[in-house]
Ligand binder design. Structure first.
Ligand code: ADP
Length: 275
């Protein structure tokens, strides 16, 4: 597979991204560093109608760390990620982002219907003014990375739901993100495709080692993907518990302890039933 290159340095992204993460011999090969890519310090959100959607909230995401956020409908998950993305203002506290290398993946892949897979993948880089040769090379690598090499000339209507989501992921990784913000990206997919996409995301993460905030309704998804799992409660939206995964995803794809993950899922389920 072709290495994805960093558009600014032309260095292979795999190496460059992994090199950003300080080695931590004690971390069971989970790439946690002490450098946050985003930090919420007592961040809260009160909407204009006076409704407090999110009570003061502390959370940080380290470089290369996947933080999943799970909670019942209406507990403020989307509000949190919209504030993280700068799409919604913060009513109090401080939100610090240490990177501008951001990418977003939402439930709707938002592909332009009249543009090919390649053209859709290149679009964000094009809008950012990245030169044609650089964005074309990055798109080729990203399309290969998500297994759509044979479909790069296809139009969105010729693709399945899972394939469209792969295009959305490819578009996100072409910008060499240090922070991926994902708001229920796989929620509209059938169960089988969803499980495949979770594995696909972890494969891309092993290549690119991005930090991520990943919002989900699904307990198993939160536990499968997260280095840490944030369980939220509602009225007002707040953190009920942050759980360190007992068997997190690792860059070397070490086998996961499925019993430990199942036990974590049971704890999350219990917390949500109290939320
Ligand atoms: P979730 O993503 O967990 O379902 P949201 O962040 O969408 O939760 O919403 C949290 C709460 O904030 C909900 O009670 C919702 O009704 C409320 N809310 C969301 N957007 C607005 C808004 N623009 N104005 C007022 N209340 C809002």
């Amino acid at each position: 597979m072709t290495a994805i290159t960093d558009p600014t340095t032309d260095a292979p992204l795999t190496t460059a991204a992994v090199a950003r993460i300080p080695a931590d011999p004690t971390a069971g090969r989970a790439p946690r560093s002490n450098t946050p890519v985003i930090e919420f310090r007592q961040v809260q959100k009160t909407y204009d109608n006076g409704f407090q959607a999110v009570a003061p909230f502390d959370l940080s995401v380290a470089a290369g760390e996947i933080v999943t956020i799970v909670g019942p409908s209406g507990c403020g998950k989307t509000t949190v990620i919209r504030m993280a993305a700068g799409l919604s203002s913060v009513s109090g506290g401080e939100l610090v982002r240490t990177t501008e290398q951001l990418a977003y993946v939402f439930q709707d892949p938002t592909l332009l219907a009249w543009r090919s897979v390649r053209s859709n993948v290149e679009l964000v880089a094009k809008l950012k003014g990245v030169d044609k040769a650089t964005r074309s090379a990055a798109a080729t690598a990203a399309i290969e990375a998500v297994g759509l090499g044979a479909f790069e000339r296809s139009l969105p209507r010729q693709l399945s739901g899972g394939m469209k989501m792969r295009v959305s992921l490819a578009r996100a990784i072409t910008s060499a993100p240090e922070l991926m913000m994902m708001d229920e990206p796989f929620a509209a997919l059938d169960e089988f495709t969803r499980a495949n996409m979770q594995m696909e995301l972890l494969r891309l993460w092993r290549l690119n080692a991005f930090g991520a905030m990943f919002i989900t309704h699904s307990i198993s998804e939160a536990v499968t993907l997260g280095h840490r799992i944030v369980v939220m409660a509602a009225r007002p939206g707040r953190i009920a518990r942050v759980i360190d995964s007992p068997s997190p995803p690792t860059l070397d794809d070490a086998p996961r302890d499925l019993d430990a993950l199942a036990a974590t899922a049971a704890v999350v389920s219990e917390l949500l039933s109290e939320a």
